[in-house]
Design a protein around this ligand. Structure first.
Ligand code: PLP
Length: 465
């Protein structure tokens, strides 16, 4: 299996190379050069399998020769053995048509664990014995930071530096990052806001002198291996609801278009997906793109669903590339980067409309969905999942016999205030992370200046071999 860039000017890589690189050198994103497919019989055969066995069957074609099947199984057992639910990603029924797919049973209570737990192990495996070292640098407004730190803490060959805006993440979110005590984990509170933290990370990647000294890597969802790991739960859920004999629809609370793109991949691999509903909050660039062809960046409005407060959805480029016959997107994306706006072509719009629909859900719609799930099905759901459920419940044109699965992307206890406002009930943190407030924190506080941060990183990271 070879991986090619959406912008057509970076070398093709194998799975190991694409995993370690993250972003392609031409600024594009890696995709497999052809989609592997599973026959209807093979999909039916997934029926009784455990999550780990499903993961091995779905991911093996993407991994190619980079790992043996036994190595892949070992990594999956290790990654998913850390989940608190034996089913890893259990399905919960809400009514005759609606289901929740709970993706938040990992160590940091957000769906990002499903992919990042595996990615941390893949990094370690691929670096082992190569003499190479990775320096992961990221900025976080909350969930990504804790999931990434948990995934790489204590792993050989990797240092992680995570910047968060001082005083602007919740206590739970900060403590989930700063109480992880491992010599390769470095938390930095930036005296500034999230945009400044993110700009500092970009500036470090763009500093060729600095980037030449360290093998830098990012942890956002541009990494192909993250998306690959997410394809698994679409198969796992669908076969439990009757696939391949019955089609299934999914509603996905969306920010960077990573999670829902994994659903698209599942469909390209042969899973009968009737519809993918792209659910956005009021930061609705994807809803405008899919409903009107208008992909233009607005300014970000802060909401109760911070992980979806995004106005540029990096992974959308992967969809446009695949829909457009896989010709280079370099020109279209250069146009977008210059003007912060682009129109989808007619063929891109028609291609997307065959599988995707979209909805923009405001704060009222979100609160109503939380209240409905609580009153009618006895389920407390987090605000992100509620955006997905609201979009699922208002979706038109789906056969009443088709199950609609809403992806539940965070544990409600991560957002207790919003849940309590909508339902009158305060969700409690699961006991496994219950002593978060007794553990000692460790982090540095630095000014929002690139010199100070680069010096901090350089003192602690391992340079290129
Ligand atoms: C990251 C995140 C999302 C958005 O996922 P994308 O892959 O960026 O579309 C939704 N909900 C939660 C809780 C998240 O952490």
């Amino acid at each position: 299996m070879r991986y090619i860039s959406t912008r057509g000017r970076a070398p093709a890589l194998d799975f190991r190379g694409a995993t370690l690189a993250g972003l392609a050198s031409d600024g594009g994103l890696y995709l497999p050069d052809a989609w592997p497919t599973l026959s209807q019989d093979e999909i039916a055969g997934l029926g009784g399998l455990s999550y780990v066995d499903t993961a091995v069957a779905v991911m093996a074609p993407f991994v190619g020769d980079a790992l043996t099947r036994e190595e892949l199984r070992d990594l999956c057992e290790h990654a998913y053995g850390r989940f608190a639910h034996d089913a890893v990603t259990p399905l919960v029924q809400l009514d005759h048509q609606h289901w929740l797919l709970e993706l938040f049973h990992g160590p940091t209570l957000a769906f990002k664990d499903v992919a990042l737990q595996l990615l941390g192990l893949l990094f370690e495996k691929f670096l082992h014995g190569s003499g190479d070292h990775l320096t992961i640098i990221g900025a976080t407004s909350g969930d990504t930071g804790s999931a990434a730190i948990d995934a790489v803490a204590g792993r050989e060959g990797i240092h992680i530096f995570m910047l968060h805006p001082a005083g602007r993440v919740s206590d739970v979110q900060r403590r989930q990052m700063t109480t992880v005590r491992a010599p390769n984990v470095h938390n930095i509170a930036i005296e500034g806001d999230f945009d400044q933290a993110q700009a500092l990370v970009k500036a470090m990647f763009a500093d060729s002198d600095f980037a030449g000294r360290f093998r830098l890597s990012a942890v956002n969802s541009i990494n192909w291996a993250r998306l690959m790991a997410q394809v698994v739960y679409y198969f796992h859920a669908a076969v439990r609801l009757g696939a391949p004999h019955r089609p299934v629809a999914f509603s996905v609370p969306t920010g960077n278009f990573g999670d829902v793109f994994a659903g698209y991949v599942a469909s390209r691999m042969g899973l009968p997906v009737e519809r993918l509903i792209v659910a956005t909050n009021v930061n609705d660039i994807l809803h405008r793109a899919l409903s009107e062809g208008d992909y233009s960046q607005g300014s970000v409005v802060p909401t109760a669903t911070p992980s979806m407060d995004i106005q540029v959805s990096s992974n959308f480029e992967r969809l446009l590339f695949d829909l457009g016959g896989r010709t280079s997107l370099a020109d279209q994306m250069a146009g977008f980067e210059a003007t912060r706006a682009m129109r989808l072509t007619n063929s891109q719009r028609e291609g997307a409309a065959r599988l995707f629909s979209s909805a923009r859900i405001d704060a009222d719609g979100m609160a109503r969905a939380m209240a409905w799930a609580c009153e009618r099905a006895g389920q407390l759901i987090d605000p992100h999942s509620a955006i997905g459920l609201a979009a699922a419940r208002e979706a038109a044109g789906i056969d009443p016999a088709t199950p609609i699965v809403t992806l539940a992307t965070a544990h409600p206890a991560k957002f207790p205030d919003a849940v309590e406002r909508a339902t009158g009930q305060r969700p409690r943190l699961p006991s496994r992370i219950g002593n978060l407030f007794d553990r000692e924190e460790s982090y540095a506080t630095l000014p929002a200046e690139i010199g100070a941060i680069e010096a901090f990183v350089a003192e602690r990271a391992t340079p290129r071999g």
